[in-house]
Design a protein around this ligand. Structure first.
Ligand SMILES: [Zn+2]
Length: 90
């Protein structure tokens, strides 16, 4: 049986992973599982990989009034990230 690691160690592994410039889909799967096991948030790291195929999220980027839409170059699925609301301009 693998020895259990502490929540702080898990957080450390995730923050180390977030500094990497290049990563693979299998590494993303491992980090996601780690975060789910220890109930940790991935934060801005979530926007760096495709949530369908877990490959690095690169591809066509379109911006409309509400969302930034990124189409995954690997699987073709679309990701929508809401733009930040500006105060007093609604
Ligand atoms: Zn994809």
């Amino acid at each position: 049986m693998k020895p259990a690691i502490s929540k702080a160690d898990a957080q450390k592994r995730i923050s180390e992973f977030s500094t990497k410039a290049h990563f693979t889909a299998s590494e993303v799967k491992k980090i996601r599982r780690l975060a789910m096991k220890y109930k940790l948030r991935l934060g801005p790291l979530r926007k760096r990989f495709c949530k369908h195929c877990f490959s690095p999220l690169i591809g066509k980027i379109r911006i409309n009034k509400v969302y930034t839409v990124i189409t995954c170059a690997n699987c073709g699925k679309m990701h929508r990230f809401p733009l930040k609301k500006s105060v007093g301009n609604v």
